[in-house]
Design a protein around this ligand. Structure first.
Ligand SMILES: Nc1nc2c(ncn2[C@@H]2O[C@H](COP(=O)(O)OP(=O)(O)O)[C@@H](O)[C@H]2O)c(=O)[nH]1
Ligand SMILES: Nc1ncnc2c1ncn2[C@@H]1O[C@H](COP(=O)(O)OP(=O)(O)O)[C@@H](O)[C@H]1O
Length: 195
């Protein structure tokens, strides 16, 4: 496992699917120069997704091989598909960026917290169930797809109390503003500690 240096922070965005974790993490991340560690998955790409950018899309066979060779620091199954993060990607990303972020479900967030302790800041992004339903409908998801995603809603929501910061993502600009200020405090705290 990669041993983190004092100033290196891992921001984990978690919360229910569709809450806007990816959207707000990308916006704050690009403002602050923090890079994302991209997960590997056996789920097929959606029409708008790009391999290596949204996920590394791999076959179940490739996933099993990497898993058998101990490449993953964490693996989770969501809706019958496998997801995982590779240790080497965390290490490589730290070489490019002083701090990193990931977007994970509650089990991935918990695993990273257990592994990296105080270096991990858990950020919970959520919106009300009805809001998520409405957003999925507007983005063209069928009732069936939306209800599949919402089936994990309560389980993900229950993780909220374990997180360091909680943001209800209603107005996007507002969330990103508050989030960026919060992350910046951690980054500046590290700079001060280096003095
Ligand atoms: N534990 C874990 N969760 C992940 C990983 N990669 C993605 N996830 C989360 O697992 C869920 C996957 O759902 P998916 O339907 O693919 O949603 P999407 O990626 O948000 O479009 C989301 O909550 C992701 O944030 C990973 O490597 N480990
Ligand atoms: N505050 C917001 N108001 C309305 N729509 C939003 C807001 N934040 C995100 N979205 C939209 O909601 C959808 C889900 O966002 P995404 O970032 O993919 O969620 P997650 O990563 O949590 O699954 C996207 O279409 C995104 O543009």
């Amino acid at each position: 496992m990669y041993a983190l240096r004092d100033k290196e922070m891992i921001f984990v965005f978690t919360g229910p699917h569709g809450a806007g974790r990816k959207t707000v993490a990308e916006m704050s991340g690009s403002t602050l120069g923090i890079k994302q560690v991209i997960s590997y998955t056996t789920r097929p790409p959606k029409a708008t997704e790009v391999d290596g950018q949204d996920y590394h899309f791999i076959s179940p066979g490739q996933f099993a091989k990497a898993q058998a060779e101990g490449e993953f620091i964490e693996v989770s199954t969501v809706n019958d598909h496998l997801y995982g993060i590779k240790s080497k990607d965390i290490e490589e990303m730290f070489q490019r960026s002083g701090s990193i972020y990931l977007i994970l479900n509650h089990s991935g967030a918990e695993t990273l917290k257990n592994l990296y302790g105080d270096h991990v800041v858990q950020i919970f992004i959520y919106a009300e169930r009805e809001t998520l339903k409405q957003r999925m409908k507007e983005s063209g998801d069928s009732e069936e797809v939306a209800s599949k995603y919402l089936s994990d809603f309560e389980k993900e929501l229950a993780y909220r109390d374990r997180c360091d910061h909680v943001f209800e993502n209603v107005d996007l600009a507002h969330t990103v503003f508050d989030l960026t200020k919060t992350l910046d405090k951690y980054l500046n705290r590290n700079l001060l500690e280096l003095d």
